[in-house]
Design a protein around this ligand. Sequence first.
Ligand SMILES: Cc1cc2nc3c(=O)[nH]c(=O)nc-3n(C[C@H](O)[C@H](O)[C@H](O)COP(=O)(O)OP(=O)(O)OC[C@H]3O[C@@H](n4cnc5c(N)ncnc54)[C@H](O)[C@@H]3O)c2cc1C
Ligand code: FES
Length: 261
Amino acid sequence: MSLRNCRNVKVLEVSPVGQSKAAGEFFELKLEYPDWDGWKPGQFVMIRPVDWELDLLWGRPFSICSADGESVTLFIQNVGRGTSRIAQLQPGDMVAMWGPLGNSFAMEPETPTLLLAGGIGIAPFRGYVESHPHPENLQLFLAHRMPLECYPFETLSDKVEGQCIIEEKPEDLDAIINTMKGLIQEYAEKGGLILSCGPTPFMKTVQRFANEFDARAQVSLENRMACGVGACLGCVTKDGEGHHVQVCTKGPVFWADKVEL
Ligand SMILES: Cc1cc2nc3c(=O)[nH]c(=O)nc-3n(C[C@H](O)[C@H](O)[C@H](O)COP(=O)(O)OP(=O)(O)OC[C@H]3O[C@@H](n4cnc5c(N)ncnc54)[C@H](O)[C@@H]3O)c2cc1C
Ligand code: FES
Protein backbone atom coordinates (compact mmCIF):
# COMPACT_ATOMS: atom_id res chain seq x y z
CA MET A 1 0.00 0.00 0.00
CA SER A 2 1.31 3.46 -0.83
CA LEU A 3 -0.14 6.91 -1.22
CA ARG A 4 -0.75 5.98 -4.88
CA ASN A 5 -3.75 4.11 -3.46
CA CYS A 6 -5.21 7.38 -2.24
CA ARG A 7 -8.61 8.17 -3.78
CA ASN A 8 -10.88 11.16 -3.47
CA VAL A 9 -14.28 9.80 -2.47
CA LYS A 10 -17.62 11.48 -1.88
CA VAL A 11 -19.28 11.76 1.52
CA LEU A 12 -22.62 9.93 1.29
CA GLU A 13 -23.94 10.45 4.82
CA VAL A 14 -22.93 11.81 8.23
CA SER A 15 -25.28 10.58 10.99
CA PRO A 16 -25.06 11.29 14.71
CA VAL A 17 -25.31 8.16 16.83
CA GLY A 18 -27.33 8.14 20.06
CA GLN A 19 -29.97 10.47 21.50
CA SER A 20 -28.26 11.61 24.69
CA LYS A 21 -26.42 14.87 25.28
CA ALA A 22 -23.26 13.00 24.36
CA ALA A 23 -24.77 12.24 20.95
CA GLY A 24 -22.74 14.91 19.14
CA GLU A 25 -19.63 13.07 20.14
CA PHE A 26 -20.32 9.97 18.06
CA PHE A 27 -21.24 9.74 14.42
CA GLU A 28 -21.20 7.43 11.46
CA LEU A 29 -19.50 8.61 8.32
CA LYS A 30 -20.52 6.84 5.14
CA LEU A 31 -18.17 7.31 2.19
CA GLU A 32 -18.36 6.23 -1.41
CA TYR A 33 -16.69 2.81 -1.93
CA PRO A 34 -13.42 3.21 -3.85
CA ASP A 35 -12.07 0.65 -6.33
CA TRP A 36 -10.89 -1.74 -3.60
CA ASP A 37 -10.43 -5.45 -4.32
CA GLY A 38 -11.62 -6.16 -0.78
CA TRP A 39 -10.90 -5.48 2.89
CA LYS A 40 -10.69 -7.42 6.14
CA PRO A 41 -12.03 -6.62 9.64
CA GLY A 42 -9.33 -4.95 11.72
CA GLN A 43 -7.94 -2.98 8.78
CA PHE A 44 -8.24 0.78 8.77
CA VAL A 45 -8.23 3.79 6.46
CA MET A 46 -6.62 7.20 6.65
CA ILE A 47 -8.92 10.05 5.69
CA ARG A 48 -8.29 13.71 5.05
CA PRO A 49 -11.11 15.98 3.86
CA VAL A 50 -10.05 17.82 0.72
CA ASP A 51 -11.10 21.21 2.14
CA TRP A 52 -8.52 20.98 4.96
CA GLU A 53 -6.00 22.35 2.45
CA LEU A 54 -2.92 23.27 4.54
CA ASP A 55 -4.90 23.75 7.73
CA LEU A 56 -4.49 20.26 9.21
CA LEU A 57 -1.62 18.55 7.47
CA TRP A 58 -2.09 14.90 8.37
CA GLY A 59 -4.94 12.53 7.71
CA ARG A 60 -6.63 10.68 10.56
CA PRO A 61 -6.83 6.87 10.98
CA PHE A 62 -10.14 5.06 11.52
CA SER A 63 -11.05 1.37 11.61
CA ILE A 64 -13.24 0.15 8.80
CA CYS A 65 -16.52 -0.43 10.62
CA SER A 66 -18.20 -2.00 7.61
CA ALA A 67 -18.07 -1.84 3.82
CA ASP A 68 -20.33 -3.41 1.21
CA GLY A 69 -19.08 -2.56 -2.26
CA GLU A 70 -21.21 0.61 -2.36
CA SER A 71 -20.02 2.42 0.74
CA VAL A 72 -17.44 2.37 3.51
CA THR A 73 -18.77 3.17 6.99
CA LEU A 74 -16.61 4.59 9.76
CA PHE A 75 -17.77 5.01 13.35
CA ILE A 76 -16.11 8.07 14.84
CA GLN A 77 -15.83 9.73 18.24
CA ASN A 78 -15.31 13.46 18.10
CA VAL A 79 -12.26 14.05 20.30
CA GLY A 80 -10.34 16.92 18.77
CA ARG A 81 -9.61 19.27 15.90
CA GLY A 82 -9.65 16.71 13.11
CA THR A 83 -12.66 14.70 14.20
CA SER A 84 -14.74 17.83 14.92
CA ARG A 85 -14.02 19.04 11.36
CA ILE A 86 -14.90 15.58 10.00
CA ALA A 87 -18.20 15.70 11.94
CA GLN A 88 -19.12 18.86 10.01
CA LEU A 89 -18.76 17.23 6.57
CA GLN A 90 -21.86 17.28 4.35
CA PRO A 91 -23.06 14.78 1.72
CA GLY A 92 -21.21 15.53 -1.51
CA ASP A 93 -18.05 16.83 0.18
CA MET A 94 -14.86 15.14 -0.96
CA VAL A 95 -12.46 13.24 1.26
CA ALA A 96 -9.05 11.80 0.37
CA MET A 97 -9.02 8.23 1.64
CA TRP A 98 -6.15 5.74 1.54
CA GLY A 99 -6.56 2.10 2.45
CA PRO A 100 -7.45 -0.53 3.37
CA LEU A 101 -4.34 -0.35 5.56
CA GLY A 102 -2.60 -2.68 7.97
CA ASN A 103 -3.35 -6.27 8.90
CA SER A 104 -6.57 -7.80 10.18
CA PHE A 105 -7.89 -9.78 13.13
CA ALA A 106 -7.50 -13.56 13.08
CA MET A 107 -10.68 -15.33 12.03
CA GLU A 108 -11.14 -18.99 12.91
CA PRO A 109 -14.80 -19.69 12.17
CA GLU A 110 -15.09 -22.81 14.33
CA THR A 111 -13.20 -21.42 17.36
CA PRO A 112 -15.10 -19.77 20.24
CA THR A 113 -14.02 -16.14 19.94
CA LEU A 114 -14.26 -13.40 22.52
CA LEU A 115 -14.42 -9.79 21.32
CA LEU A 116 -13.28 -7.30 23.98
CA ALA A 117 -14.06 -3.67 23.15
CA GLY A 118 -13.13 -0.57 25.13
CA GLY A 119 -15.40 2.33 24.06
CA ILE A 120 -14.89 3.33 20.45
CA GLY A 121 -12.80 0.14 20.10
CA ILE A 122 -16.09 -1.55 19.22
CA ALA A 123 -15.86 -0.05 15.70
CA PRO A 124 -13.90 -2.84 13.92
CA PHE A 125 -16.03 -5.53 15.55
CA ARG A 126 -19.11 -4.55 13.59
CA GLY A 127 -17.38 -5.60 10.38
CA TYR A 128 -15.95 -8.64 12.13
CA VAL A 129 -19.37 -9.86 13.28
CA GLU A 130 -20.99 -9.08 9.91
CA SER A 131 -18.38 -11.06 7.98
CA HIS A 132 -18.04 -14.01 10.39
CA PRO A 133 -19.55 -17.22 8.98
CA HIS A 134 -20.54 -18.49 12.46
CA PRO A 135 -21.50 -15.52 14.65
CA GLU A 136 -22.91 -18.00 17.17
CA ASN A 137 -19.26 -18.69 18.07
CA LEU A 138 -18.72 -15.05 19.04
CA GLN A 139 -19.18 -13.29 22.37
CA LEU A 140 -18.83 -9.53 22.82
CA PHE A 141 -17.90 -7.58 25.94
CA LEU A 142 -18.01 -3.77 25.86
CA ALA A 143 -16.61 -1.51 28.58
CA HIS A 144 -17.80 2.05 28.00
CA ARG A 145 -18.00 5.51 29.56
CA MET A 146 -20.69 7.18 27.43
CA PRO A 147 -24.34 6.00 27.36
CA LEU A 148 -24.76 2.67 25.62
CA GLU A 149 -26.88 4.19 22.84
CA CYS A 150 -23.74 6.00 21.61
CA TYR A 151 -22.20 2.70 20.50
CA PRO A 152 -23.35 0.17 17.89
CA PHE A 153 -23.83 -2.37 20.70
CA GLU A 154 -27.50 -3.25 20.22
CA THR A 155 -27.02 -4.09 16.53
CA LEU A 156 -24.17 -6.43 17.46
CA SER A 157 -25.80 -8.00 20.50
CA ASP A 158 -28.71 -8.97 18.21
CA LYS A 159 -26.26 -11.22 16.38
CA VAL A 160 -23.87 -12.37 19.12
CA GLU A 161 -24.00 -12.91 22.87
CA GLY A 162 -23.26 -9.47 24.33
CA GLN A 163 -22.44 -8.02 27.73
CA CYS A 164 -21.48 -4.50 28.71
CA ILE A 165 -20.47 -2.47 31.78
CA ILE A 166 -20.49 1.31 32.00
CA GLU A 167 -17.66 2.96 33.92
CA GLU A 168 -19.20 5.75 36.01
CA LYS A 169 -17.50 5.30 39.37
CA PRO A 170 -14.29 3.65 40.64
CA GLU A 171 -16.10 0.39 41.61
CA ASP A 172 -17.20 0.00 37.99
CA LEU A 173 -13.59 -0.22 36.90
CA ASP A 174 -13.07 -3.14 39.32
CA ALA A 175 -16.14 -4.85 37.85
CA ILE A 176 -14.79 -4.34 34.33
CA ILE A 177 -11.35 -5.72 35.20
CA ASN A 178 -12.81 -8.72 37.06
CA THR A 179 -15.16 -9.50 34.18
CA MET A 180 -12.31 -9.29 31.67
CA LYS A 181 -10.17 -11.53 33.87
CA GLY A 182 -12.94 -14.14 34.16
CA LEU A 183 -13.68 -14.11 30.43
CA ILE A 184 -10.01 -14.31 29.41
CA GLN A 185 -9.43 -17.22 31.78
CA GLU A 186 -12.53 -19.01 30.44
CA TYR A 187 -11.45 -18.58 26.80
CA ALA A 188 -7.87 -19.60 27.59
CA GLU A 189 -9.09 -22.80 29.23
CA LYS A 190 -11.28 -23.75 26.27
CA GLY A 191 -8.61 -22.90 23.66
CA GLY A 192 -10.60 -19.94 22.35
CA LEU A 193 -9.44 -16.85 20.55
CA ILE A 194 -9.55 -13.38 22.11
CA LEU A 195 -9.61 -10.20 20.02
CA SER A 196 -9.47 -6.77 21.58
CA CYS A 197 -9.54 -3.12 20.63
CA GLY A 198 -9.64 -0.06 22.86
CA PRO A 199 -7.51 2.52 24.64
CA THR A 200 -4.01 1.57 25.81
CA PRO A 201 -4.90 0.88 29.50
CA PHE A 202 -7.63 -1.49 28.26
CA MET A 203 -5.15 -3.25 25.96
CA LYS A 204 -2.65 -3.53 28.81
CA THR A 205 -5.28 -5.26 30.93
CA VAL A 206 -5.98 -7.72 28.11
CA GLN A 207 -2.25 -8.36 27.68
CA ARG A 208 -1.72 -8.88 31.42
CA PHE A 209 -4.47 -11.51 31.76
CA ALA A 210 -3.60 -13.12 28.42
CA ASN A 211 -0.05 -13.64 29.73
CA GLU A 212 -1.32 -14.83 33.11
CA PHE A 213 -3.64 -17.46 31.60
CA ASP A 214 -1.58 -18.20 28.50
CA ALA A 215 -4.48 -17.16 26.26
CA ARG A 216 -4.33 -16.67 22.49
CA ALA A 217 -5.13 -12.97 22.33
CA GLN A 218 -4.75 -10.18 19.81
CA VAL A 219 -4.66 -6.47 20.61
CA SER A 220 -5.37 -3.71 18.10
CA LEU A 221 -3.31 -0.59 18.79
CA GLU A 222 -4.44 3.00 18.27
CA ASN A 223 -1.07 4.76 18.15
CA ARG A 224 -1.13 8.23 16.66
CA MET A 225 -0.49 8.07 12.93
CA ALA A 226 0.41 10.53 10.23
CA CYS A 227 1.09 8.69 6.95
CA GLY A 228 -0.46 5.25 7.58
CA VAL A 229 1.94 3.61 5.10
CA GLY A 230 5.14 3.05 7.08
CA ALA A 231 7.02 6.16 5.95
CA CYS A 232 6.93 8.73 8.76
CA LEU A 233 7.75 6.41 11.72
CA GLY A 234 5.26 8.39 13.80
CA CYS A 235 3.46 5.27 15.00
CA VAL A 236 6.31 2.96 16.04
CA THR A 237 6.11 0.55 18.93
CA LYS A 238 8.31 -2.40 19.95
CA ASP A 239 7.58 -5.99 19.06
CA GLY A 240 8.07 -8.89 21.47
CA GLU A 241 11.81 -8.97 20.70
CA GLY A 242 12.32 -5.26 21.32
CA HIS A 243 12.56 -4.29 17.63
CA HIS A 244 10.89 -1.09 16.53
CA VAL A 245 7.94 -1.73 14.21
CA GLN A 246 5.44 0.54 12.52
CA VAL A 247 1.96 -0.05 13.88
CA CYS A 248 0.42 1.09 10.58
CA THR A 249 2.09 -1.58 8.45
CA LYS A 250 2.99 -4.38 10.90
CA GLY A 251 -0.25 -3.91 12.84
CA PRO A 252 -2.52 -2.46 14.00
CA VAL A 253 -3.32 -5.99 15.22
CA PHE A 254 -0.61 -7.81 17.21
CA TRP A 255 -0.57 -11.03 19.20
CA ALA A 256 -0.59 -9.88 22.81
CA ASP A 257 2.65 -11.76 23.61
CA LYS A 258 4.47 -10.21 20.65
CA VAL A 259 4.18 -6.50 21.34
CA GLU A 260 5.25 -4.05 24.04
CA LEU A 261 2.47 -1.77 25.24
C1 LIG B 1 -5.62 2.07 13.55
C2 LIG B 1 -6.50 3.10 14.23
C3 LIG B 1 -7.88 2.94 14.17
C4 LIG B 1 -8.70 3.90 14.78
N1 LIG B 1 -10.05 3.72 14.68
C5 LIG B 1 -10.87 4.65 15.19
C6 LIG B 1 -12.27 4.52 15.01
O1 LIG B 1 -12.76 3.57 14.41
N2 LIG B 1 -13.05 5.51 15.51
C7 LIG B 1 -12.52 6.58 16.19
O2 LIG B 1 -13.29 7.46 16.61
N3 LIG B 1 -11.21 6.71 16.39
C8 LIG B 1 -10.37 5.78 15.89
N4 LIG B 1 -9.02 5.93 16.05
C9 LIG B 1 -8.52 7.09 16.81
C10 LIG B 1 -8.57 8.34 15.91
O3 LIG B 1 -7.66 8.20 14.85
C11 LIG B 1 -8.24 9.60 16.70
O4 LIG B 1 -9.21 9.79 17.70
C12 LIG B 1 -8.20 10.81 15.80
O5 LIG B 1 -7.10 10.71 14.93
C13 LIG B 1 -8.07 12.08 16.63
O6 LIG B 1 -7.94 13.14 15.72
P1 LIG B 1 -8.27 14.64 16.18
O7 LIG B 1 -7.60 15.56 15.23
O8 LIG B 1 -9.74 14.84 16.36
O9 LIG B 1 -7.62 14.70 17.60
P2 LIG B 1 -6.40 15.60 18.05
O10 LIG B 1 -6.84 17.04 18.07
O11 LIG B 1 -5.20 15.23 17.25
O12 LIG B 1 -6.27 15.06 19.52
C14 LIG B 1 -7.37 15.17 20.44
C15 LIG B 1 -7.26 14.11 21.50
O13 LIG B 1 -7.36 12.81 20.90
C16 LIG B 1 -6.24 12.04 21.25
N5 LIG B 1 -5.85 11.23 20.10
C17 LIG B 1 -5.32 11.65 18.94
N6 LIG B 1 -5.03 10.62 18.13
C18 LIG B 1 -5.39 9.52 18.82
C19 LIG B 1 -5.34 8.14 18.56
N7 LIG B 1 -4.80 7.65 17.42
N8 LIG B 1 -5.82 7.29 19.48
C20 LIG B 1 -6.33 7.74 20.63
N9 LIG B 1 -6.41 9.04 20.95
C21 LIG B 1 -5.94 9.91 20.07
C22 LIG B 1 -5.16 13.03 21.57
O14 LIG B 1 -4.19 12.49 22.45
C23 LIG B 1 -5.94 14.14 22.23
O15 LIG B 1 -6.20 13.88 23.58
C24 LIG B 1 -8.15 5.00 15.48
C25 LIG B 1 -6.77 5.15 15.53
C26 LIG B 1 -5.95 4.21 14.92
C27 LIG B 1 -4.47 4.37 14.96
S1 FES C 1 1.89 6.37 10.49
FE1 FES C 1 3.66 6.85 9.35
S2 FES C 1 4.91 5.13 9.71
FE2 FES C 1 3.04 4.58 10.64
